[in-house]
Design a protein around this ligand. Sequence first.
Ligand SMILES: [Zn+2]
Length: 227
Amino acid sequence: MNDEWFSKLKEFDSLTNMRSRLLGQINEQNKRLDILNLKRQEKEQGINAAVKDLHEIQQTYHETEKKLNTSEQQANRLKDTGAAEEKIRPYIQEAQRCETQMFELLEKIDHQEKEIEESRTFLKGLEKTSQEIKLEADTEIETHQNEVIQLNKRLDLIKEELPSEFKTALEKTLQKKLAIGPFTRTDQSHCYFCRYKISRTEESEIDIQKLLKHCPQCTRIFLPYGC
Ligand SMILES: [Zn+2]
């Protein structure tokens, strides 16, 4: 006579498992989106840092160019006034040093600009892929969320359909939020989950007479065999 209520508990159990799976899938999709966002942020930060470096190199280039001009002007001025060779030489050497440095800086600027360009192209691709994945993930999340809502309704309904003894037992056990759910079975005179030893009499009360019983140790509700 308790068969019907136990089969409702069994249904409750399988719907709860289904809900856990759906919530897990929602979680997975959210994680997937988080990873993508993080990847994009990192790339953006990398580009910003590279642009900042580029500006610094350009700044150094302009400063070196100024030094070069000053040295050349100074050298020319000294030449015009007929100054001695050894007085002019340091300015010419400084101008040459500046020229070499500017050449190196130009190479650096060129390299940096290419890297930024490549990163920007990569980021554009990443954003396009992200948008596609987000669309797909959002659709899946929404579908699963709706399924969870339907499952919750069905679970509430099952609880309402149960006689008070079963309903109270279920609610009390659910409150404990036990891992892998509120139900267990007998397994060779033991609780399947916590291995608590139960007597032959109790085992028969559970599986043959189909009485509502809890495991004395882990407090899970026994579902009789065949239910
Ligand atoms: Zn147990």
